[in-house]
Design a protein around this ligand. Structure first.
Ligand code: GCU
Length: 341
């Protein structure tokens, strides 16, 4: 862990120093493209990004070399977004919670029980024409989303079993570093403890927090199942991860090059989505059989009731989410109707 920190710091200095010299990110005549993400090298996002790298280098390999930095090696999501903003690195993968401070439209994804089915979630995110309007919302901040990755459904997990919202009372639960995430945990009756993803394992292990909320891969890929043995399927959120690019870099590309990067992004999502479905199933097995995690089926309605007022409160406080919210409700309705048929 200590070594990782030193390595990360050294790399960071090297990356940032390299960019302030600007041209030194060109090695051997090639422009180095740096991508940062928070997951391990077996995670669906890493595999998706390898496809991104492959496609870019297949088509523009004489000009660009893509380097992927996993495991928060270049810093936590928030730090890495800042590096992408300034152009110290070119791309980062981050969840929408981390984007809320740059464009408040992204708060919508932090609403508990926003999507009423996975089908609706996927349809909304795959509607590139609509989402491109949303993706342009961070242009002023100097970066733009290129594509989305599935990060599954988020659920509470802790060192104690959670069966009902009452069980959350008094529990210290780690949430992502965003106001909407903090509010959500509070609405559930938990004590919210915002921190970066990389800090969660140690915080649970040392008893600083009682648990967190995330998808199944957090148990295995990030090893949280070693320290938190109860995972409750209350399914409060489906929050996408985003591939974000430095806008100056994207705008510096020729039309043909931009086309290649866009297609690389699309292909990376294709790989990521397929891998996601496979790996979630694997993660459940590993967590249960090898790590001794207990998966708890809860009465989801009780959790929904507990936070029933949150969507309206958020809409009142942040008019910027209304449009996307209405759009999502239309798509939700399509699938609810289907179920009723
Ligand atoms: C998931 C998600 C990340 C996010 C993390 C977190 O792993 O894919 O983007 O940062 O949860 O809870 O911080």
């Amino acid at each position: 862990k200590g070594l990782k920190r030193i390595l990360a710091a050294a790399l960071c200095v090297a990356v940032v120093a390299g960019m302030s010299g600007c041209t030194s990110s060109v090695t051997g005549g090639k422009r180095i493209i740096r991508i940062s993400h928070a997951q391990s090298e077996t995670h669906p996002e890493h595999l998706g990004l390898l496809r991104f790298k492959e496609y870019v280098e297949e088509n523009l390999g004489d000009k660009y070399e893509v380097q992927i930095f996993p495991n928060e090696l270049l810093g936590s999501a928030q730090k890495a977004i800042e590096l992408t903003q300034t152009g110290a690195i070119d791309f980062v993968v981050a969840g929408t919670a981390n984007l809320e401070t740059f464009a408040d439209v992204y708060e919508v994804f932090s609403m508990p029980y926003l999507f009423t089915s996975e089908e609706a979630y996927h349809e909304v995110m795959n509607d590139t024409d609509y989402m491109n309007q949303v993706y342009a919302s961070t242009d002023e901040a100097g970066f733009r989303v290129l594509t989305w990755y599935n990060a599954g459904t988020r659920n509470f997990y802790a060192t104690k079993p959670i069966h009902t919202p009452d069980d959350l009372k008094g529990l210290k639960i780690r949430v992502q570093q965003s106001p909407a995430s903090v509010n959500m945990a509070k609405a559930f009756g938990a004590a919210a403890s915002p921190m970066s993803f990389g800090e969660v394992y140690t915080a649970i292990q040392q008893g600083v927090i009682d648990g967190a909320e995330n998808n199944e891969l957090a148990l295995t890929n990030n090893k949280h199942g070693e320290v938190a043995k109860y995972f409750s399927y209350n399914k409060h959120q489906m929050v996408p991860d985003m591939l974000i690019g430095n806008l100056k870099f994207l705008n510096s590309l020729s039309d043909e090059e931009r086309e290649v990067f866009e297609e690389a992004a699309r292909l990376s999502t294709e790989v990521e989505l397929e891998e996601w479905d496979v790996q979630v199933e694997e993660a459940k097995k590993i967590a249960k059989d090898d790590m001794g995690v207990e998966f708890i089926d809860v009465d989801i309605q009780q959790f929904k009731d507990k936070v029933a007022g949150v969507q309206d409160e958020m809409l009142k406080e942040n008019p910027d989410i209304q449009d996307l919210y209405d759009h999502i409700q239309e798509i939700n309705a399509k699938y609810v109707d289907k179920e009723a048929e």
